[in-house]
Ligand binder design. Structure first.
Ligand code: ZN
Ligand code: ZN
Length: 236
């Protein structure tokens, strides 16, 4: 009871603010306007990079046709623009780890909305951070997303399979081809995944080179199908 009053009092002195535009809100994380601005990605999308397609019966975008991919499918949930850019910045770099619950909820809702069936997958794996980065940040934001998704769909979370050996943060300015080359050997997978179907989780899909290298590392451990789900995707 006392706690309830303390919370009510706190809301008068510090009313909750929208995380994107800082307007006062009644509850939650976003004001209704910012909530409406979240751009969810609906099919038809390219099956390998989630780029919106203009023709309903197309499967791949022009950039993915004829290219080899370790993925059965790559699904991004939202476009990487406001308010997602702000939320992800806070989530990744400003210690707002508790935004993980809200952001994973957006992912879960959309997975269900588009009818993506995850029942044939045996493990959910977050893209790992280098141990140094993880220590510096105190958490791996992708793991926080993966954990909630794994709980919701009752699929084991496996954050003990793949590790990052080399720090890759200095590669952000490289071009796509250079970046893919620089990524080679960044990850190591520690156990056999023979015949297993895997869901890889990441926060933002930009060039896709990190996700791809992760999937290639898992493939070496004899996985069956790998799909990737990312919270956001840069669209250009
Ligand atoms: Zn707002
Ligand atoms: Zn594509």
């Amino acid at each position: 009871m006392l706690l309830k009053y303390i919370h009510a009092f706190k809301d008068i002195i510090y009313p909750p603010l929208c995380f994107a535009c800082e307007r006062k809100i009644q509850e939650g994380y976003l004001c209704p306007e910012c909530q409406d601005k979240v751009e969810y990605l609906f099919p038809p999308l390219c099956r390998l990079c989630s780029r919106p397609l203009s023709y309903k019966n197309s499967y791949l975008c022009s950039g993915c046709i004829g290219k080899k991919s370790p993925f059965k499918r790559v699904i991004s949930i939202t476009a990487y623009k406001e308010p997602m850019t702000k939320l992800l910045h806070l989530f990744k770099y400003k210690n707002y780890d508790y935004l993980g619950r809200f952001l994973s909820h957006l992912m879960i809702q959309h997975i269900e909305r588009i009818g993506l069936d995850l029942s044939c997958y045996q493990a959910i794996i977050p893209v790992p951070l280098h141990p140094f980065r993880r220590k510096e940040r105190g958490y791996n934001q992708t793991e926080l997303l993966a954990k909630q998704i794994a709980n919701h769909f009752q699929i084991p979370l496996r954050n003990d399979i793949i590790y990052q050996k080399k720090d890759k943060t200095s590669q952000t300015k490289l071009k796509k081809e250079q970046r893919e080359k620089a990524m080679q050997g960044v990850f190591i997978a520690k156990e056999s995944l023979k015949g297993k179907n895997i869901v890889l989780i990441d926060d933002i899909l930009t060039t896709g080179s990190t996700l791809k290298e992760c999937a290639l590392t898992l493939k070496k451990r004899n996985t069956k199908d790998i799909i990737a789900i990312t919270l956001s995707k840069t669209l250009s």
